[in-house]
Structure formats: structure tokens, C-alpha cells
Design a binder for this molecule. Structure first.
Ligand SMILES: [Fe+2]
Ligand SMILES: [Fe+2]
Length: 483
């Protein structure tokens, strides 16, 4: 067996799956490559394709030393196929096939289901690159610009990861799906991306940080549950993707954290104690905390929709088939088959929000969403510590799961962030207090002035505590050459 710890860079497509001796797949990927580059050039970061960006590239899948940093022009980034190491003894750990040896090939009966899972995951990856393509132009610093581009090239690599699975395991339909992934476009009326949140705009940096905190975190949860898959190549692919995803979480959490810190510092310096004195806070050129809460309300609720219906037979089928497990499946203390277990689900019953026990098997989405909420809450708590330390009487919070939903139990009702059901008129009256208004958007847009000088930061965001790859504060993370 070839050494799979290190990545083979001798082929055009770097990999640790011995592509050199898998001619059929290598050819299919090489044929797909030009279309991908075309897509990257037209839909990737606008205006920076010739700039030198200080990026990390995976050179090994060893968790301690997998990345190397260097200046790279993004179209020359070495997008590769990287799978976590194979464990010969791995088993299917849940569902009807629990205890069987993990599958190295797609089980015939689950082919369509599995392909669907790969395509849905795959579709989100290029979508976010498309959503973020104009942000470089308004980057608040070279440091942030570099982080944006790092996220972008890694989302591109995640697309490669899913396309590899399609090309290797799904024959002709896999190739067609791989093509389709390059053809849909975020927000396009005729050929939209598959999931709602990936067709929304990411117009400014506050949206970008919220997106990486809330929506990339949905991605993390999906990858976590696919990493449990009995289909071993899926599991190995997702496990490696999660190591990259951790950086995306970091960008979101620290990005918002720095905005909060800057706002609190400016308020203190100006002697403003009331966080709701929005006009005065804005006159300082920083983002007021109530607006941050509205942005969080928006991105959290859009991201909750990505988990699908709370009660879902599809999710039950994926679980039963051993294709998609729960968060930390192997650490959960139960039978991993859920033949008789129940799970509490929030539902709309007689016009009220109530907890109802549902069969745990059909409540898989709800459970994953609850785990997601806990993960989000951790970040929100850390943000609140910054506000608390500044002595400002304000706390951010996650809105009710009934707030602003388009999918699932609460899709047909309106609710306040604290979970009270509202009439359409009540909602219309309050909407702009809870979600970003046109005014809020205009104000944020007015702050989005590029700040590209080495070591300088836009006035609405604080300086990061440490540099990327331990670089000093004035490091030139992007050498800008505009085409
Ligand atoms: Fe991704
Ligand atoms: Fe991501």
C-alpha cells in the first residue's frame, strides 16, 4: 500500500489516494479541471487573481503538520484530493448495518441516496465562493483579505473532494453531477444553488463574518455527521475537510469578536453608556451592538433552515442505511439504531410552540440542529464576555428557533426572537427591530472602505491578537497586483 500520509504533488492533481495508478479517475478529474479553472476565474475572487496571497496548502494529512504557508496566486493553488488515513478495522457504527465492515464501495441499494448527499454537500462549496467574490475589494485589512481568500480556496478544495467521490464511485451519473456543480450559480433565477442560505447575498464583511460563523458551522455539523458514514471514503474525505473547516469557524468568531471589541472600545472612549444610543455610536464610525444582534438573528435563522425539517423520513433513511450519522455518533451512549428511542422536538401544536416526543429516528435533523445551537451558543458566550469586560449593559443572544423560518415546523408562522407567535401585522411592525433594515444595510455599506496598507485596519474592526502563521502585525499577507 502506498504511503498515504504525504501528498503526492507530482501529478497535476495533488493527492494521497494514489491517483497515479487510478487512470480512469485521474483522466476524469483532468477533464473536469479546465471547467473548474474557468469557473474559478469567472466566479472566484473578483480582481485578485494575479495577486500573491500568503496561503496555506495541505502537504500532509498528519494533524500536526499538514500545512505549509507560502505566496500563491489563487488560480495556481494546488487543489488536491486529501482523505484522512484509512482504518482497516473500521465498522459501520450505526443503523441497520451496525457492526458490518465499513464499505469501501457504494452499496448498490444506497447508490441514489449517497449520490444525493454528496451532491448537496458539494453544491454548498462553490456557492459560498460565489457569494463572497466581491469582498476582496472592501477588505478591512490585508490580514482579513488573506483569510477570505484562504476560506475561498479551501471551499474550492471541498468541491474537489466531493467531485472526487462522484468521479470515482458514481460512473456516468457522477460525471454529470460533477458538471452540474460547475453550472449552478448562487442567486441565479434559472440555475440557483440547491439550498436557500447559499443563494443569499454576502454584501459586506459583517455578513461574511456572520456567514462563516453561522453558515460554515452548519457545514461543519453536516461534515461531522457525514464523517460517521459507513461508506468509508465519504468518512475519510469529511474528516480531512473538518480540519480545514476549523479555520473558517475561527475567521467568523474572531471577526465578529473584533468588531465587538472595536465598538466597545469606541463607546468607552466617547463615554457612551447606552448601547441603544445608535445614532451616537454610529457617529463614531463603528457598528452598534443592536445591529450586530439583528445580523446574528438573520444568519442564525437562515442557517437553521439548512438542517431541513425537524421530523424527516429522509434523515431517518440516511441514518438507517448507515450513510449519515449523528454528531459524535460513536461517543453517544445508546444502541445506535434508535429502534425504540424518542427525542424531544419543538413543534407548533394548536397555535403554540410545544415540545413533543418523536421517534428519535425521524428526529435526526432536530438533534443535529440542537447540537449546532449548542456550538453556536459557545461562540455567543465568548462574544458576550468581551462586552461584559467593557462594562456595557448589552448581551447578544440566539433568537428562538421559531423566528424567521422558511423550512420546517415554523415556516408558516411569524415569531419574535423570544419565541412569541405574532400576527402578520405585529410582525410587519417589528420586523426592522429584529432583522437588518435597509438603513442598517446602508450604514454598514458606508463603512466598507478598503484598507490595504500593511499593518493597518479599517476603523470599525480591531487588530487581531496574533498573526497568521505567527507573522508580525505589519506582514504583507497579500501582495496586490490588480489586473
Ligand atoms: Fe466547505
Ligand atoms: Fe467552510
Amino acid at each position: 500500500m502506498p504511503d498515504t500520509t504525504f501528498v503526492d504533488y507530482s501529478t497535476r492533481i495533488p493527492n494521497n489516494v494514489d491517483l497515479a495508478s487510478d487512470n480512469r479517475v485521474l483522466k476524469a478529474l483532468e477533464q473536469w479541471h479546465p471547467g473548474y479553472i474557468d469557473w474559478w476565474m469567472t466566479m472566484g475572487p473578483d480582481g485578485f487573481q494575479t495577486s500573491d496571497v500568503y496561503l496555506r496548502t495541505a502537504v500532509s494529512i498528519d494533524p500536526k503538520g499538514w500545512a505549509k504557508f507560502d505566496y500563491v496566486k489563487m488560480p495556481e493553488y494546488r487543489w488536491g484530493i486529501l482523505l484522512a488515513p484509512q482504518d482497516e478495522d473500521r465498522r459501520v457504527n450505526f443503523g441497520a448495518h451496525k457492526g458490518e465492515k465499513a464499505w469501501q464501495e457504494v452499496p448498490g441499494e444506497y447508490r441514489a441516496m449517497l449520490r444525493r448527499l454528496v451532491v448537496i454537500q458539494g453544491d454548498t462549496e462553490p456557492a459560498s465562493v460565489e457569494q463572497q467574490r466581491h469582498l476582496g475589494k472592501t477588505a478591512p485589512s490585508l490580514y482579513d483579505m488573506r483569510n477570505l481568500f484562504q476560506v475561498n480556496v479551501e471551499e474550492g478544495r471541498h468541491l474537489w473532494a466531493m467531485v472526487y467521490l462522484l468521479q470515482k464511485y458514481f460512473g456516468r451519473d457522477g460525471r454529470e453531477e460533477a458538471q452540474g456543480l460547475l453550472e449552478r450559480r448562487s442567486g441565479d433565477a434559472d440555475k440557483p444553488r440547491m439550498l436557500g442560505a447559499f443563494n443569499e447575498e454576502t454584501p459586506d464583511w459583517l455578513s461574511f463574518f456572520m456567514f462563516t460563523f453561522f453558515t460554515d458551522r452548519d457545514g461543519k455539523m453536516q461534515l461531522e455527521s457525514l464523517a460517521q458514514s459507513g461508506f468509508d471514503p465519504m468518512s475519510r474525505t469529511c474528516r480531512f475537510m473538518l480540519t480545514e473547516e476549523a479555520h473558517h469557524m475561527f475567521v467568523g468568531e474572531t471577526g465578529i469578536g473584533r468588531v465587538i471589541e472595536r465598538t466597545c472600545d469606541a463607546m468607552k472612549a466617547a463615554g457612551i453608556e447606552d448601547p441603544y444610543d445608535i445614532a451616537r455610536v454610529r457617529s463614531l464610525g463603528v457598528i452598534d451592538l443592536p445591529t450586530l444582534q439583528k445580523k446574528a438573528n438573520l444568519h442564525y435563522s437562515l442557517s437553521l433552515d439548512l438542517f431541513g425539517s425537524e421530523v424527516s423520513t429522509n434523515a431517518a433513511n440516511f441514518f438507517n442505511a448507515g450513510l449519515k450519522g449523528r454528531f459524535m455518533e460513536t461517543k453517544i451512549d445508546d444502541d445506535h439504531q434508535l429502534t425504540s428511542a424518542t427525542y424531544p422536538v419543538l413543534k407548533l401544536v394548536d397555535g403554540e410552540i410545544r415540545t413533543v416526543d418523536e421517534p428519535a429516528l425521524t428526529a435526526i435533523n432536530m438533534r443535529l440542529r440542537d447540537d449546532y445551537t449548542k456550538d453556536c451558543q459557545g461562540g455567543v458566550t465568548r462574544w458576550n464576555r468581551i462586552i461584559e469586560k467593557a462594562g456595557i449593559p448589552f448581551r447578544l443572544s440566539l433568537p428562538s428557533v421559531a423566528f424567521n423560518r422558511r423550512i420546517g415546523e415554523f415556516r408558516n408562522v411569524e415569531a419574535s426572537p423570544d419565541g412569541k407567535l405574532l400576527t402578520a401585522e405585529q410582525w410587519a411592525k417589528m420586523r426592522d427591530q429584529w432583522l437588518p433594515s435597509k438603513d442598517d444595510g446602508d450604514y454598514i455599506a458606508s463603512l466598507m472602505q478598503p484598507c490595504w496598507e500593511r499593518g493597518k485596519f479599517a476603523p470599525w474592526i480591531s487588530v487581531p491578537k496574533i498573526g497568521i502563521d505567527q507573522k508580525p502585525g505589519d506582514f504583507e499577507y497579500v501582495k496586490i497586483h490588480q489586473a
